[in-house]
Each structure stands twice: as structure tokens, then as C-alpha cells.
Design a protein around this ligand. Structure first.
Ligand code: GLY
Length: 342
């Protein structure tokens, strides 16, 4: 069992990594999952939970349902469960569930506590920690939401046993993302320690990096921007596919390669570092092919990205373990680089 304490200006919370312990809460609890995870794990999770009163609610599976309707259904379940300000919600599921439960609990009666019990690799290494919550809408991904940190996070790798290879790879993308832009020693470690055979340590290291970043910059004014490497492209990829063709992590994998190509073109990343980064992505099967459907719409979606100030803001690697925010890339240069995927 390993434990981390994450301290930000808003307070602190724990991340527990290892076998799910017995959880005892002195309040009413709403446990939210999706129909797939719920069928697999809800009953066994409830065996670990003791509370004043427990209700459950299931949402549909997938990023395409990360919307107002699902959040409203969670809020409604909260009212039916008669949750008060002292009560809480628990998200049992992947990043979609934790983003929505986090958001619902941020706005329910102006904010109640929630806990994350992430069941996918992506949620365990990234989405469950850091307090970013929200939903997608017609304008783009995660454009509505709130920063609302969980009260605690329980990461149990046992949930990953039922994860499909595709979803596992999607989680790996978020681990490699941190290595490339934020931590050269994790990058070297991933080269020599295959994630599957060093799973617990690989997750722990990834969460440690996330914790360090969130503690330094919870509200994404600087360092946390590094966690968005590949994401400007990825969000446009996901929107092009109506959030139902690629998993978020798969889109991040492709987005990182687009960012690498742009960084190489701009002279920010030297060819040797570019090759090393691409080699690691390929080693983990993240050299996925993709064809942009409509370049103008793809670019327009990137212009809606919430990181932008003037123009599109790209987070680009500048070496192994470092990145830069670049605001002023001429549109024609972006188009030229993206021609590889056109
Ligand atoms: N997933 C990116 C972040 O938490 O900042």
C-alpha cells in the first residue's frame, strides 16, 4: 500500500494506492458509476463501504454521454437520496464518470465532497487527481466545468484486470505525456521498465508527478499547462469523431505526435529528442494512424480551446522533460505540419 498527500491552497487530500480498504463515512453517500463498470464492480465496491445511508446511480458508458443530461441525472439522484451539504458522492469508474461526479458535486447545493475510485488506467494515473471536473458541449471538450478537488482517491490496480487492451494503451498515453513534458527520469524509467510488469510503481510515479504539478499550480497558470501536451490536437480529434470513435487517451497519443511534429518544425525540439520521443510512443503502440476529416473545422475547434489567449495555444515539448507554451504559431505552419495527417 502506498499513500500520497496532496496539498493545495484549498486544502489537502489523500491518494491511496493498493488494495481497496474498508471505507467508513459518517454521512449519506451517493455512489455513481456507469452501466458497464457498475455491472462488474458496484456490488463488490459496496461490500467495502459503510455509511449512514447509501444510494447508487448509473450513467451511460462513454465520452459521448459526458454531457448536461448525465450531470442532471446525477444531481437528481442526489436530491432523491436527500444528500445535504455534509454528505458526499463517490465516483466509481473511468475519467468520464469522475469528471461528471466531480462537476455534479461542485454545483450540488453549491458544493459537496466527493471521492474518486478510478477503474481505468487513464483515470488512475491522471483524471482522478487534480480536481478538474466538467463536461463536453457542442463547442468542444471540457468547456464547462469547475476546479473541485476530491476529498480522497482510492486507486486499486485490481480494477485494471478487466480493462481491454485499447483502454490500457489509452492510459499509457497519459503516463508518457508526463514523462515527455515534465519528468526526464520517468521517461528513462519507462524505457527500461515495461509498464505492464511494473504496474504499481509505474502508476505511483505517474501520480507523484501529477501531485507535484497540481500542488505547484492547481489552477493551471503555468506548470500544469504541461499536462495539456497533445491535448489541443486531441480535443479536436475527439470532437471530429463525435466523442465516440477514439478513446481520450488514444486521441492524446495522436495529439502528442502532432505536437512533436510541430515542435520539430518550429525548431523547439531537436531531431534526436524527437526520435527518442517517437520511439517511446511507438514502443507502447501509440503510433496510431489518423486522418483529419476537415482541416478548417479541425483548426476552428482548436481556436475554441480554453487554454487559448491570443491564437491557438500549443503545449510543445522542447526536450525530454521540458515544454513551452507557444501562442503565435502562424496558421499556415500548423496546416503545413498537419498535412501528414490530412
Ligand atoms: N488532465 C490534465 C490535468 O489534469 O491538468
Amino acid at each position: 500500500m502506498m499513500c500520497l498527500e496532496i496539498t493545495t491552497r484549498q486544502g489537502s487530500y489523500f491518494v491511496h494506492l493498493g488494495d481497496l480498504p474498508q471505507i467508513t463515512l459518517d454521512c449519506r453517500v451517493l455512489v455513481v458509476s456507469d452501466t458497464q463498470v457498475g455491472q462488474l464492480y458496484l456490488n463488490s465496491f459496496l461490500d467495502h463501504l459503510e455509511a449512514t445511508h447509501i444510494s447508487t446511480h448509473l450513467v451511460p458508458v462513454g465520452e459521448a454521454f459526458k454531457n448536461w443530461e448525465s450531470v442532471e441525472s446525477i444531481l437528481e439522484a442526489g436530491f432523491r437520496a436527500r444528500l445535504g451539504r455534509q454528505d458526499c458522492m463517490i465516483a466509481l469508474g473511468g475519467g468520464v464518470v469522475s469528471d461528471m461526479v466531480g462537476f455534479a458535486s461542485a454545483i450540488y447545493k453549491r458544493g459537496i465532497d466527493f471521492y474518486n475510485v478510478p477503474t481505468t488506467l487513464l483515470a488512475q494515473v491522471d483524471a482522478s487527481v487534480g480536481g478538474k471536473t466538467g463536461i463536453n458541449n457542442a463547442h468542444g471538450k471540457n468547456l464547462i466545468g469547475a476546479f473541485h478537488a476530491p476529498k480522497g482517491v482510492y486507486i486499486d490496480p485490481v480494477f485494471l484486470k478487466s480493462l481491454e487492451a485499447r483502454a490500457f494503451k489509452a492510459g499509457v498515453a497519459e503516463m508518457i505525456k508526463k514523462a515527455i513534458c515534465l519528468d526526464a527520469s520517468y521517461f528513462e524509467w519507462l524505457h527500461t521498465h515495461p509498464i505492464k510488469t511494473h504496474l504499481l510503481e509505474a502508476i505511483f510515479k505517474s501520480v507523484q508527478i501529477k501531485a507535484r504539478v497540481v500542488e505547484a499550480d492547481e489552477h493551471e497558470k503555468g506548470l500544469r499547462m504541461g499536462l495539456n501536451y497533445g491535448h489541443t490536437f486531441a480535443h479536436a480529434i475527439e470532437k471530429e469523431g463525435d466523442y465516440s470513435q477514439l478513446l481520450h487517451g488514444e486521441a492524446v497519443g495522436i495529439g502528442m505526435r502532432m505536437a512533436n511534429a510541430l515542435a520539430l518544425e518550429l525548431g523547439l525540439l531537436d531531431p534526436t529528442a524527437h526520435t527518442r520521443v517517437e520511439t517511446l510512443l511507438r514502443a507502447y503502440g501509440l503510433d496510431l494512424s489518423y486522418k483529419i476529416k476537415n482541416m478548417d473545422m479541425f483548426y476552428a475547434t482548436m481556436q475554441q480551446d480554453k487554454k487559448n489567449s491570443a491564437g491557438v495555444r500549443f503545449i510543445l515539448p522542447t526536450g525530454i522533460g521540458s515544454f513551452e507554451m507557444v501562442d503565435d504559431v502562424p496558421k499556415n505552419v500548423v496546416y503545413e505540419v498537419l498535412r501528414i495527417w490530412a
